[in-house]
Design a protein around this ligand. Structure first.
Ligand SMILES: [Zn+2]
Length: 242
């Protein structure tokens, strides 16, 4: 259910794995994505199970419509009847409001400044990392009073740089924007390391307290991987402040 969990000065970070839910194959078991073809009732139940296991009210969790872009939304309550915006990062200054990000190979990024009481969740696949969605989220946090030196950053399970094969020209394009993302597969072909790129971006912004999940989704049978399985579920990362 909850594969990794961490708390720093009242800031909580959690990432799910694929087990402990009610979805049938190929979404078994804990699919948290509502737009991947799974039974909506199963997804609703899974979101309740995951939230309850973290001590959260499922109705309070703020999700987003992720579109691989650089846009950020500031939120201070659940969307309710309002349309869910097409963004890849959400930021809040509301303590206790949980933010969630969905992934299956892309890098889930959770950020919090426990002193200022500002949290953010971001979805950084290759296009989002190149477009700068994570720096955009940090800047939005700073506008609300966060300081990079106080921000705690956790990145979750994602496809690793030894597995994420891309065409040579794509690696060159990505590396031109973010050299740290330049990688090579374990079989010696061009690759991209999105998580390394995200951490380099955070480091340049002055975010020093950073940790990276050791899990590669493509290599782990306990996690959903889009590149491995195509039709599959989505993992979630959650961040909230006391
Ligand atoms: Zn890997």
């Amino acid at each position: 259910m909850i594969g990794q969990r961490d708390t720093v000065s009242g800031a909580h970070f959690a990432f799910t794995d694929r087990w402990g839910g009610v979805s049938a194959a190929p979404y078994e078991e804990l699919n948290l994505g509502g737009a991947v073809g799974d039974d909506p009732d199963a997804v609703r139940t899974n979101r309740e199970l995951a939230a309850r296991s973290l001590g959260l009210d499922p109705a309070r969790v703020v999700w987003m419509n992720q579109v691989h872009g650089p846009d950020v939304a500031v939120v201070d309550e659940p969307w309710g009847a309002k349309p869910v915006p097409d963004v890849d990062a959400i930021v809040t200054a509301r303590r206790g409001l949980p933010l969630a990000v969905l992934t299956a190979d892309c890098t889930p990024v959770l950020l919090a400044d426990p002193v200022a009481g500002i949290a953010a969740a971001a979805h950084a696949g290759r296009p989002g990392m190149v477009a700068g969605v994570v720096p955009a989220a940090v800047r939005a946090m700073m506008e609300l009073g966060a300081e990079p030196s106080r921000i705690v950053a956790r990145t979750g399970p994602a496809v690793c740089g030894r597995c994420y094969e891309v065409p040579e020209v794509m690696r060159a394009d990505v590396s031109a924007v973010e050299p740290a993302a330049h990688a090579e597969t374990s079989w010696g072909t061009p690759a991209v390391d999105v998580t390394a790129g995200v951490h380099a971006q955070l480091e340049r912004l002055g975010v020093r307290d950073r940790e990276q999940s050791p899990v590669c989704t493509l290599e782990s049978g306990d996690h959903f991987s889009y590149r491995r399985d195509r039709t599959t579920g989505r993992l979630a990362g959650y961040v909230w402040l006391d």
